[in-house]
Design a protein around this ligand. Structure first.
Ligand SMILES: Cc1cc2nc3c(=O)[nH]c(=O)nc-3n(C[C@H](O)[C@H](O)[C@H](O)COP(=O)(O)O)c2cc1C
Length: 194
């Protein structure tokens, strides 16, 4: 197995982060990996907003959490036992899990492949992050989070035009505690025509 494949197989979503901010050089590599992601038509539609303001990330994370609703909390079907998600535990108050860095990906709302492009960028970034020892979590409900008054204010201040829509929030930080292991892969998900 080569190093790239190993990184792909070993990457896990991280939701417990150390307080320490990620190193600037590592952040720049992660952003660069995002810039080089595949995008529909090669249009490079996504724009990134990097937020390292603790208070703002906490406020946006709470807005994000509120947009989710209740956790499943049946105590059996965990998203992750080691790195519990808001779907696992109602006591988690921020959908950003206290991550020191959150990168939100926006694309023009009129662009048919905006969600796909932002996802493509996010995936590149999660893998680059893992290869550098940095944990990440792909977070949904970016649309609702940035439709808030605070979200719209941040967009204005950052010069992100109103017709852009947030599609993914990517949490980044050094992993804290147990990483967890991948769930067993479901059978029968690969079909061949040969
Ligand atoms: C499209 C998509 C949306 C996701 N949304 C969330 C989310 O809102 N909150 C969260 O904690 N994790 C979210 N995740 C992370 C998944 O829960 C995680 O990838 C999954 O449980 C598998 O774990 P792994 O990444 O460690 O393999 C999302 C992942 C994807 C691909």
């Amino acid at each position: 197995m080569n190093e790239v494949i190993r990184n792909l197989l070993e990457r896990r979503t991280i939701r417990h982060y150390k307080e320490k901010q990620i190193a600037e050089e590592e952040l720049q590599w992660i952003l660069q990996a995002g810039l080089y992601a595949s995008t529909a038509g090669g249009r490079q539609s996504p724009v990134m907003l990097v937020c390292q303001d603790k208070e703002i990330n906490e406020q946006l994370g709470r807005i994000n959490r509120a947009a989710f609703g209740q956790a499943n909390s049946d105590g059996i079907h965990f998203v992750s036992q080691a790195q519990k998600s808001i779907a696992d535990d109602d006591a988690i108050r921020s959908g950003f899990y206290g991550a020191p860095t959150v990168v939100t990906l926006f694309a023009p709302s009129s662009w048919l492949y905006g969600v796909n492009d932002c996802t493509s960028v996010a995936v590149n970034m999660t893998l680059a992050a893992w290869s550098l020892g940095i944990g990440s979590c792909y977070v949904s409900r970016a649309e609702e989070t940035f439709a808030s008054e605070l979200g719209r204010k941040l967009m204005r201040e950052a010069g992100i035009e109103e017709h852009y829509m947030a599609h993914v929030c990517l949490c980044l930080g050094y992993p804290d505690g147990e990483t967890g292991v991948a769930k067993p892969r479901k059978e029968g998900r690969i079909k061949f025509v040969r």
